[in-house]
Design a protein around this ligand. Structure first.
Ligand code: CMC
Length: 431
């Protein structure tokens, strides 16, 4: 795989160190720094801004050009012509399914949507009003206690059934987390509905009333799942891989991914966008908040703007923007005050020199937050929905890693603490 060589000379080390350069199918070449350890040198890259932590054939991003490919297929084409479950199949298996494979896959996922009946009582351990992400972390981690029959990570059949169970059950658990937090009864999944519609039913349905699906809303929900399905080595996916590299079971690894996703710099941003819009309060206050975001002495940031990789318009945000307009028109709520603030903010930020110069564009979470609010999804559920969409990506990465030889993930450090010193008995300590 090494096609070229980088040569490094280091003060104090004789000669040059040869480092192989590996070429990807597309994208930047990577210098293999592993030979440095034999010379007693480590590389330093906090935040992994210049480090490829693994090889992968799942997703490709070109942040400068605003390109996102799942298994080579542009996200725009998938969003337009495919659906979330087909994309799940693609991420897991590497190829789009033929008609028969798709039918079988959809049937399998649909047949696995119920959770173990005992898991329903497990929810009672949480206090009412708990954040649904807290419930998700706990319940998804606990799945390993319910599905003992599929925990052998070296068995391909076990890996497959676990992947299917996770994709099928995540929407059920997500909706249960919400229903529990508001004190309403859980709804069993409806297997006559498609994936997105079934989720909306479990969220908004009630045992006492008939649920009327809205195809525009179902399509928007499916798109939100699809657009979040994978995003190469982001913080939560890297967490799943790191946890998986120890040989931990996949349910525990996905629970770790959910925990990493929760933070406002990652999946928590869609919730943070809504909080920010509420704090801004009125379109006339937008300039004041934009000014704060630009102030070097103020840590305030505009949530839903900027991305570690995209230094161009996030291609997912463009699709989400269109979907956002469709949903608002369908629901006749394009005059919603928070949405007006969002529109004003988007306009000002896109024209502002600071945001242009730093290449800070609205990201996927900016629009997904607005759509979710319009659909009636409570803010605390936004990150849960991100997690539901991202589950196939996490599993695809976990499966890719454990299906080939892998090493435990073990970063090194630049140590800046005290040098070796002797213990001082307490009575002799002066300060
Ligand atoms: N508002 C104002 N200034 C910003 C923002 C923002 N949202 N984002 C970055 N900057 C500034 C930042 O202050 C820095 O300025 P300077 O160079 O003068 O110090 C510069 O832009 C580069 O920022 P950075 O923090 O070095 O960039 P990063 O790659 O480490 O961070 C980010 C990326 C997404 C964490 C960051 O842009 C951010 O905090 N955005 C708001 C949170 C958000 O929307 N997150 C969702 C990301 S998309 C969903 C996902 O993939 O999880």
């Amino acid at each position: 795989m090494a096609d070229r060589t980088a040569r490094l000379s280091v003060d104090g080390i004789k000669g040059t160190i040869e480092l192989p350069i590996h070429l990807g199918t597309v994208g930047p070449d990577v210098v293999d720094v592993a030979p440095l350890t034999a010379k007693g040198i480590f590389t330093y890259d906090p935040g992994f801004v210049a480090t490829a932590s693994c090889q992968s054939a799942i997703t490709y991003i070109d942040g400068d050009e605003g390109v996102l490919l799942y298994r080579g297929y542009p996200i725009e084409q998938l969003a337009e012509q495919s659906d979330h479950l087909e994309v799940c199949y693609l991420l897991l298996n590497g190829e789009l399914p033929n008609a028969k494979q798709k039918q079988e896959f959809v049937r399998t996922i649909t047949r696995h949507t119920m959770v173990h009946e005992q898991l329903r009582t497990f929810f009672n351990g949480f206090r009412r009003g708990a954040h649904p992400m807290a419930i998700m972390c706990g319940v998804v981690g606990a799945l390993s206690a319910f599905y003992h029959d599929s925990l052998d990570i070296d068995d391909e059949a076990h890996r497959k059934i676990t992947a299917h169970r996770l994709i099928a059950k995540i929407p059920t658990i997500a909706a249960m987390s919400y229903k529990y937090s508001i004190g309403q009864p859980f709804l069993y999944p409806r297997n006559d509905f498609d994936y997105a519609t079934n989720f909306l039913y479990m969220m908004f349905g009630s045992p006492c009333e008939t649920f009327e699906p809205n195809p525009v809303i179902s399509r928007a929900m499916d798109r939100i799942f699809l657009l979040h399905a994978d995003h190469e080595q982001n913080a939560s996916t890297s967490t799943v891989r790191l946890a998986g590299s120890t040989g931990a079971n996949p349910f525990a690894c996905i629970a770790a991914g959910i925990a990493a996703l929760w933070g406002p710099a990652h999946g928590g941003a869609n919730e943070a966008v809504l909080k920010m819009l509420r704090e801004i309060g009125s379109p006339k206050n937008v300039p004041k908040f934009v000014k704060r975001a630009k102030d070097k002495n103020d840590s305030y940031r505009l949530m839903g703007f900027g991305h570690r990789v995209y230094k161009n318009y996030d291609p997912r945000a463009k699709i989400m923007q269109e979907t956002c307009r469709e949903v608002l028109t369908e629901l006749g709520i394009d005059r919603d005050p928070l949405l007006q603030i969002a529109t004003q903010l988007e306009k000002i930020a896109l024209e502002d020199e600071y945001f242009i110069e730093k290449r800070l564009y609205p990201n996927v979470d900016f629009y997904s937050g607005i759509i979710l609010k319009a659909i009636g999804i409570p803010t605390e559920m936004f990150t849960v929905i991100f997690a539901t969409g991202r589950t196939p990506g996490w599993i695809a990465h976990w499966k890719e890693m454990v299906s080939a030889p892998y090493k435990i993930g073990r970063p090194r450090q630049l140590y800046l603490g005290p040098k070796k010193r002797d213990f001082v008995p307490i009575e002799q300590r002066t300060s």
